[in-house]
Design a protein around this ligand. Structure first.
Ligand code: ADP
Length: 321
């Protein structure tokens, strides 16, 4: 039994650090590194290391990238449910310049072929889940089917609507019991689905009542958690379902850490949030957000995304009580 199911992407990231981003037609030298990535995999690793037995549903090619995913999932005791694809395993080519600016090309490959049939292939997997977490680096129809199946099976559905430019529909959003955009994704969803123009950089400074009002328009019957980077997070519940919280809306301040690499902070937050939801189902929602906040903060002190996810014991040691 896996109380947490994560449905989403796995990529092999290829990263070149160079003085300048290459200009059209230029050939330059850079320092190369490779490692695992993909929002789905990052979040599955976070959920597993945060202490929840986790299944990861994805699609992989029959290649070295696919083998890497299997090896890394086994190392974190993740129950990997990979659809075999004729496409190559997903990849990302990332150039980073001396000022930290980047240019990225994603090759979705197998991620773009993850099917709804595969997600629904094992009814026992869905029946055993308390929470299903998905993002939008996979086909949107597949994610919609995954959320619908999980809801039908009685699990809590959590949608991290990332990346911000992914296509979304009202019907997709309504399948989320909990929606977890960052500021950029929140602004994009508001503009697309509510007709509200809000500058992403202005979101964190909005007062609580205004933010709550926007969240209610976006997801009238569900909980919205807007992650606010170094400011923390904002939570908004519908009045009729505050998930054990005394307040329908509130902020949770970020933990004070020496952040050196915030890549994957959102993935850390989402994985930890669902692990806590699944492991402590009776606790107030605010306690899950507080744990996710601590977990994500600690992840920013290390370089990388999946490889930077802390273990539960490290979080407990750093933030006792
Ligand atoms: P994303 O990575 O999707 O852009 P955010 O930047 O909103 O997501 O970060 C997600 C969460 O990570 C925040 O809600 C917060 O809990 C934590 N976090 C991010 N940056 C910091 C930081 N500098 N200090 C402490 N916590 C941070």
């Amino acid at each position: 039994m896996n109380p947490v199911i994560v449905v989403g992407s796995f990529n092999v990231d290829h990263v070149w650090r160079c003085a300048e981003l290459p200009a059209v037609g230029a050939t330059i030298a850079g320092q190369y590194a490779t490692g695992p990535g993909g929002k789905g995999f990052n979040q599955a690793v976070a959920a597993a290391r945060a202490g929840a037995r986790t299944a990861f549903v994805c699609a992989l090619g029959d290649d070295a990238g696919g083998a890497l995913a299997r090896q890394l999932a086994a190392a974190d005791r993740i129950d990997l449910r990979a659809e075999a694809s004729e496409q190559p395993t997903g990849t990302a080519g990332i150039y980073v310049d001396a000022r930290g600016r980047n240019s990225i090309v994603i090759g979705p490959g197998a991620n773009g072929a993850l099917s709804a049939a595969h997600v629904g292939a094992d009814p026992a997997l869905l029946a055993g889940a308390r929470v299903l977490l998905a993002q939008l680096e996979s086909p949107v129809d597949t994610i919609e089917a995954a959320l619908a199946l999980a809801r039908q099976a009685g699990a809590t559905t959590v949608l991290n609507p990332a990346p911000a430019n992914a296509s979304t529909s009202i019907s997709l959003l309504r399948l989320a019991d909990v929606l977890t955009p960052n500021e950029t994704e929140f602004a994009a969803l508001l503009s697309r689905h509510v007709g509200e123009r809000v500058d992403a950089e202005a979101v964190a400074a909005l007062d609580g009542a205004s933010l709550h009002g926007l969240c209610r328009k976006l997801l009238p019957h569900g909980t919205v958690v807007v992650t606010l980077g170094s400011v923390g997070a904002f939570v908004s519940h519908p009045d009729e379902a505050t998930r054990g919280d005394a307040q329908p809306y509130y902020r949770v301040g970020a933990e004070s850490v020496s952040a050196s690499d915030t890549t994957g902070a959102g993935d850390a937050f989402n994985g930890a949030l669902v692990a806590s939801l699944a492991n402590n189902a009776g606790a107030a929602f605010a306690s899950h957000v507080r744990f996710a906040n601590r977990y994500a903060a600690l992840s920013t002190e290390r370089p990388g995304a999946a490889v930077a996810m802390p273990q539960l014991a490290e979080v407990q040691e750093r933030f006792p009580g």
